[in-house]
Design a protein around this ligand. Structure first.
Ligand code: ADP
Length: 303
């Protein structure tokens, strides 16, 4: 049976933040797609209308490193979002113990991530919930960012569903302190956590509550001084933490090159105003010095 007279439903791919995701064939193009069914449930009709208008803007967001939103339509009280189908994701790559990631491979994955981010930030769209399983990998090794802009439209996932614990590990300190006015720097922090995870092959800052998450961040980098982050004390949920010194960057990432460490430290700046932008990060010498990033098609992937 076809959905919306166009999509042939196949198996369920998984249960995501916003609802069930299933595989389907687009009979119009023959392309394999992933359809995300979003429960609109209790929301008022006006909200749906806003959502649909915003979704229309996301359809215009086309870039080689962004998952294409092919179609969007309401069906039986659910909103259906149709995306291009992707083989695997970066979490599966990082977790696979048989995969060796060379410095050139890590550079390639980070570059594709930052390219996708820089493109969206240029259009004033934030991701807001970046994590390795949102970085999907296609059949030719190309990495594409998924779920762009959805957090803003449908609300932050972890506020809606408590099972969503992973997103916290990628959360910027300004968000953990309750900042209401935040910007693209939150995505750069998340990208830094993913960069660190590629180097360490395990999630870098694994907090088990929001308070603990800040504790983990401070234990790594030291409690921020007011001189490092002047606006910190004005954030809604700001509380004073006991002062800790943190570790030298070199000690946290013994396997990283000097250029990698320098870029990482700029992406992990406490003050969002001082944090490097995605575009500036792409222009950092880490990407122009050797080794060159691996061609996407040659990147190691799970079988
Ligand atoms: P989460 O909200 O936890 O990030 P998602 O809603 O993005 O999860 O996805 C749920 C499941 O569907 C995951 O297992 C994911 O791998 C799969 N999935 C999501 N989008 C795609 C896609 N474009 N192609 C293939 N699989 C996808």
């Amino acid at each position: 049976k076809k959905v919306a007279d166009r999509y042939l439903k196949r198996e369920v791919l998984g249960e995501g933040t916003y609802g069930v995701v299933y595989k389907a064939i687009d009979t119009k193009t023959g392309q394999t797609v992933a359809i995300k069914k979003i429960r609109l449930g209790k929301q008022k009709e006006g909200v749906n209308f806003t959502a649909l208008r915003e979704i229309k803007l996301l359809k215009e967001l086309k870039d080689p490193n962004i998952i294409e939103l092919i179609d969007a339509f309401p069906h039986k009280g659910n909103l259906h979002l149709v995306f291009e189908f992707m083989e695997t994701d970066l979490e599966a790559v990082i977790r696979d113990r048989n995969i060796v990631l060379s410095p050139a491979d890590i550079k390639s994955y980070l570059q594709m991530t930052l390219k996708g981010l820089a493109f969206c930030h240029k259009k004033w769209v934030l991701h807001r919930d970046m994590k390795p399983n949102n970085l999907l990998i296609g059949s030719r090794g190309q990495l594409k960012l998924a779920d762009f802009g959805l957090a803003r439209i449908f609300g932050s996932p972890d506020r809606r569903f408590t099972h969503q614990v992973f997103a916290r590990w990628y959360r910027a300190p300004e968000l953990l302190f309750g900042a209401k006015a935040y910007g693209p720097a939150v995505d750069v922090w998340a990208a830094a956590c993913i960069f660190a995870e590629l180097l360490l092959r395990r999630p870098f800052l694994q907090g088990n509550s929001d308070i603990d998450q800040l504790g983990k961040i401070f234990a790594a980098f030291g409690t921020p001084k007011p001189s490092q982050w002047p606006d910190m004390q004005y954030l809604p949920d700001y509380v004073e933490y006991q002062y800790v010194t943190g570790q030298p960057f070199r000690q946290l990432f013994p396997m990283a090159s000097d250029d990698a460490l320098d870029l990482l430290s700029k992406m992990f700046m406490y003050d969002p105003k001082a944090r490097i932008s995605a575009q500036q990060a792409l222009e950092h010498r880490y990407f122009s010095s050797g080794p060159p990033p691996t061609e996407p098609a040659l990147l190691p992937r799970p079988p």
